[in-house]
Design a protein around this ligand. Structure first.
Ligand code: SF4
Length: 314
């Protein structure tokens, strides 16, 4: 395991000096409030916030470690749309960089797509304030989308494709070795079921992949993180959120249905969604039906008993 992996994988945020320093800095404090019951409530809230941040850091670090997402010397371009997920990603990576024993750089990138009403001054002010190097790339993909997709239809897939192309170019110009995106556990699961139900494929969203132009490594450090936790974290951090629907595009109906389905399952069977998510990392090709993943044709008895093996007739 790499040094970064060891540090980030430490489940309790425990012993390494980099981690301890962060713990001390972020110890919860209640605001100076006179009434004792207010003070108790404030302390409790501060403790909860602290616990949430610790959990998010642990899970992000674990995903980075499990998939070797970040190595020493990397320049990680963090795509910041202004939504809760990308804001959280940037903040968590900035904290992890401070405690990681390998050195890596971060550069935040926002694409101003010229949507009407996009508050162009918000992100530069915020990013300057938190002291992260950043670049705002302005490209009017909005007009292209509007020209090609009728008003009132879902434009997200074309919009994302155009955005991707611009971000790849910016990554090249910045010399970024990794591109970090803010997709989380529930995005991965919704994609899995979209592919299953509508595409007839068992395919989710990769935590780490080579981009479709073959030139970049794209990482998703929030792969283990629940959306609901990111929403709470964003609220507690007070990020300046910019909504993604300024363009007036209709939400992707199928993706929305997947999210509702997962929420409903979770309501009725708490823990089910996480169990399904865990299954994505515990695939048994011999018990599926893809001959490209398992050599069914060449299968022969080897005479060696396997206590964990299949019981053919149950
Ligand atoms: S909501 Fe609008 S800006 Fe966001 S991805 Fe869809 S089309 Fe693009």
């Amino acid at each position: 395991m790499s040094a970064l992996a060891e540090a980030t994988a430490r489940p309790d945020g425990g012993n390494g000096s980099g981690w301890a320093a962060v713990e001390l800095k972020s110890r919860p404090r209640a605001a100076a409030i006179e009434a004792p019951q207010d003070r108790t409530a404030a302390l409790r809230a501060a403790r909860e916030s602290h616990k949430l941040e610790k959990r998010l850091l642990r899970m992000t670090g674990q995903a980075i470690a499990d998939y070797s997402m970040i190595e020493g010397g990397d320049r990680v371009m963090v795509c910041v749309s202004g939504g809760k997920d990308s804001h959280s990603l940037l903040k968590l990576l900035m904290t992890l960089r401070g405690r990681a024993p390998v050195r890596f750089e971060l550069v935040a990138v926002n694409l101003d797509q010229k949507q009407p009403g996009f508050p162009a001054e918000v992100l530069p002010a915020y990013l300057s304030g938190i002291g992260v190097p950043f670049r705002i790339e302005t490209q009017d993909t909005y007009s292209v989308v509007r020209r090609l997709i009728p008003e009132g239809s879902t434009a997200c897939s074309l919009c994302s494709r155009l955005r991707r192309g611009v971000l790849y170019r910016v990554a090249r110009e910045l010399g970024a070795t990794k591109i970090a995106l803010g997709h989380h556990r529930d995005d991965i699961l919704a994609t899995f079921f979209l592919n299953l139900f509508y595409g007839g494929r068992m395919k989710a969203m990769s935590p780490k992949l080579v981009s479709d132009d073959g030139r970049h490594v794209v990482i998703r450090p929030l792969a283990y993180v629940r959306e609901v936790d990111l929403a709470r974290f964003a609220q507690q951090c007070g990020f300046p959120i910019i909504p993604c629907d300024l363009c007036g595009s209709q939400e992707n109906l199928q993706r929305k249905q997947m999210r509702e389905m997962l929420d409903e399952w979770e309501r009725r069977h708490p823990g089910r969604v996480q169990t399904i998510f865990n299954a994505l990392g515990r695939v048994v090709p011999s018990h599926l039906m893809d001959s490209a993943l398992f050599d069914f044709r060449g299968l022969r008895p080897d005479g060696v008993p396997d206590p964990a093996g299949d019981i053919a007739f149950d």
